[in-house]
Design a protein around this ligand. Structure first.
Ligand SMILES: *Cc1c(COP(=O)(O)O)cnc(C)c1O
Length: 371
């Protein structure tokens, strides 16, 4: 599904010397590369503050902690996504309210989102799934109207551009706080775990930094309950090198997606990814919808022919026992998430796909429907 060694081979010398330098200086925690990466990413995103942390799930947790929400406050989040978003809401004893997604973009369904707002709602966490933005123009309007916070889960769309109120901005910089993950397979991946938060709000930035560092103000003086969630210097140094390539990495993904699109757009059994209005798509995943119940047999056929494939996600959040018991949702409103979990399949998507690999993959997929 991904080819990290191919990607790293091209920048191996730079990475090796950065790692060696850190081993020599032993500045493993809060070394100078962490602050440098934070400011370089802030520059790239055109956002005031970037705060590094240990992983993307922590970023979401830190964001919610910084908002000082009352126990039982409701947080709206999509039903069709990775578990981390709903998980941190529950961990903090808040109530996730699961909302269905749009059948074409896989992002929050705005009409259903409006129906889910109650007098306990405090936060919306849109997830920019598979590499393109949720409808942030409408989400920010709704948030303003109901006085809600917006935390963008930008783990899959780092570098995507969004037309917000007529201006091009980077995904993750529109809501009150943006969160991302540098899990190795993400569009900007570390060599281990790492994550970050973005905000233009000075007060929130200060609070997030404190919470990520045990709630410390001055050293050994604690102003609130925090956690230990730091980005390693080694990861920051590697991310600094890879950040310089992020735009071209995303372009390589878009080129691979275009080749997939061209090969599948005439296949009546498949629906190629829909591009959301106002957002660029940077293809964290290339995800097809397979019609007529053939998804699982296609997956098996691809396995047999050695084409990597994966279902993101095989089961919506509300179906898993801990979430079925602890979330608020109206199951009659979640039919799209359920249907997508039966129809979607993702193909290999990374920066190193050759024309030869792409045609092997596309021919194998199309052959399945012709054999
Ligand atoms: C990867 C991911 C996360 C979690 O990031 P980690 O760094 O693995 O903790 C959260 N949300 C989404 C949508 C993700 O894809």
């Amino acid at each position: 599904m991904v080819d990290l060694s191919g990607q790293h081979d091209k920048i191996r010398n730079e990475i090796d010397s950065a790692i060696n330098q850190i081993l020599n200086t032993t500045a493993f925690i809060k070394g100078p590369d962490v602050a440098a990466f934070e400011s370089e990413l802030a520059e790239y995103l055109q956002v005031k503050h970037v705060i590094g942390c240990a992983n993307g799930t922590d970023a979401l947790q830190l964001a919610l902690m910084a908002l000082d929400l009352p126990e039982g406050a409701e947080v709206i989040t999509p039903d069709f996504t990775f578990v981390a978003t709903a998980e941190v809401v529950r961990l903090l004893k808040l109530t996730p309210v699961l909302v269905d997604v749009d059948p074409n973009t896989f992002n929050l369904d705005i009409a259903k989102l409006k129906l889910a707002i109650s007098d306990k709602t405090r936060v919306i966490i849109p997830v920019h799934l598979f590499g393109q933005c949720a409808n942030m123009n409408l989400i920010m309007d709704i948030a303003k109207e109901h006085d809600l916070f917006v935390i963008e889960d930008n783990a899959q769309a780092l570098g995507s551009d969004y037309n917000f109120q007529g201006k091009n901005v980077k995904a993750g910089t529109i809501g009150h706080i943006g969160c991302t993950s540098f899990f190795p397979s993400k569009n900007l991946g570390a060599a281990g775990d790492a994550g970050a938060l973005f905000t233009n709000d000075d007060v929130l930035a200060d609070k997030i930094k404190s919470i990520a560092n045990h709630g410390q103000g001055d050293q050994y003086f604690y102003r609130e309950i925090g956690v230990n969630s730091r980005m390693d210097t080694l990861q920051a140094a590697i991310l600094r090198i890879k950040l310089r390539h992020l735009a071209s990495y995303n372009e390589a993904r878009q080129a691979a997606a275009a080749a997939y699109d061209a090969a599948f757009s005439n296949n009546p059994h498949l629906q190629i990814p829909t591009r959301a209005a106002g957002s660029t798509h940077i293809f964290h995943q290339y995800t097809l919808k397979v019609k007529n119940g053939k998804r699982d047999t296609l997956g098996k056929y691809l396995d047999e022919h050695k084409v990597p494939n994966k279902v993101y996600y095989p089961c919506p959040i509300h179906v898993h026992k801990p979430y079925a018991e602890s979330c608020r949702f109206d199951v009659s409103q979640l039919s799209v998430s359920l249907q997508l979990s039966e129809e979607v399949i993702s193909l290999p998507m990374h920066t190193e796909l050759s024309e030869e690999q792409l045609s092997f993959i596309t021919n194998t997929v199309n052959n399945f429907f012709n054999h």
